[in-house]
Write a protein that binds this ligand. Structure first.
Ligand SMILES: [Zn+2]
Length: 311
């Protein structure tokens, strides 16, 4: 009698605070978004990131462990704009019934229609009902403009607050502190790129991941591969790009952490442009690498650009 009373009392004592303190289970689709979500969620969430450091979300193949993480999640957060072509199949297969938050909601997407040969290839695939191409030629890499990420933070904070109202003050405070850091970073990037000689603000990367960056900070970016790594660069496209690099005297070509370096190395060799280092486009580095957070990624990319394009 006394023992059972003691057990009940113990059960109540341990169960009640555990319920209140249980972190919200959040799944983010890829490493860059995961870091942004972690900054807003802080210690109130338990975060799982699907596509990890140096991973390519364009061609990601979810594992059974990913389906399990999604099945157990309270909230799933994706970039949207067609970046995660696999997310619908994954949420369906896992039986997840909760909200899927699109972090890029409300930003102005960069439309690619009619700009290059890749457009025709996409149209061909659409005839076969390939659902990976549902989103046409919208550029998904909106996180390369810090202004867009300020909007991501608001969307993520609103979603966390709705899913976990008890912690809404913490999410709002985290979001405000993070947005202040991002705004300061944005000003640094604008000043540093603005200080480069205008005629040298031209870069070449393998896939077209820096269109938002170029538009926001005043650079020209050329890329032999389209906005997705799914399609290969055509021989004709590469030859055209090599002519363009020579004509415009683009000072540097850049490797990306998620793409095969060989195409860019070939272009460097044929044009005489120097390789200006590695830019982090679609994924962070590992924890000990130079781009382990979104802010560190931007600082790293900015330093590489300033070094290669400076007078
Ligand atoms: Zn990409």
């Amino acid at each position: 009698m006394k023992l059972s009373h003691a057990l009940i009392a113990l059960g109540l004592l341990t169960a009640t605070p555990a319920l209140g303190d249980q972190p919200l289970k959040v799944v983010a689709s890829f490493s860059i978004l995961g870091d942004i979500v972690a900054n807003v969620g802080g210690d109130r969430i338990a975060l799982t990131t699907l596509v990890g450091p140096d991973g390519d979300a364009h061609v990601f193949q979810p594992s059974p462990a990913d389906a399990k993480a999604v099945a157990g999640a309270d909230l799933v957060i994706v970039n949207g704009l067609g970046f995660e072509g696999w997310i619908e199949r994954l949420t369906e297969a896992s039986g997840y019934k909760g909200p899927v938050v699109v972090a890029s909601k409300g930003i102005t997407p960069r439309e690619m229609a009619g700009e290059d040969e890749g457009h025709e290839e996409h149209a061909g695939h659409d005839d076969h009902g390939d659902h990976d191409h549902d989103h046409g030629n919208v550029d998904p890499h909106a996180w390369q403009d810090i202004g867009n990420v300020l909007a991501y933070v608001d969307t993520i904070a609103a979603a966390l607050e709705a899913a976990d109202p008890a912690d809404r003050d913490a999410y709002a405070a985290n979001a405000a502190a993070y947005k202040a850091k991002l705004a300061a970073l944005d000003a640094r990037v604008k000043a540093a790129i603005g200080a480069l000689p205008a005629e040298r603000r031209k870069i070449i990367t393998s896939h077209d991941a820096f269109g938002y960056f170029a538009a926001a900070y005043g650079l020209t970016v050329l890329a032999p591969q389209g906005v997705s790594t799914e399609s290969e660069a055509s021989a004709k496209g590469v030859a055209q790009l090599i002519r363009q690099i020579k004509q415009e005297k683009a000072p540097a070509v850049f490797l990306e952490n998620i793409t095969d370096p060989r195409l860019i190395e070939q272009i460097a060799k044929e044009t005489g442009a120097r390789i200006g280092g590695t830019l982090y486009s679609d994924a962070l580095s590992g924890a000990t690498g130079p781009a382990s957070t979104y802010i560190a990624m931007f600082e790293h990319n900015l330093a590489a650009l300033a070094e290669a394009l400076g007078a």
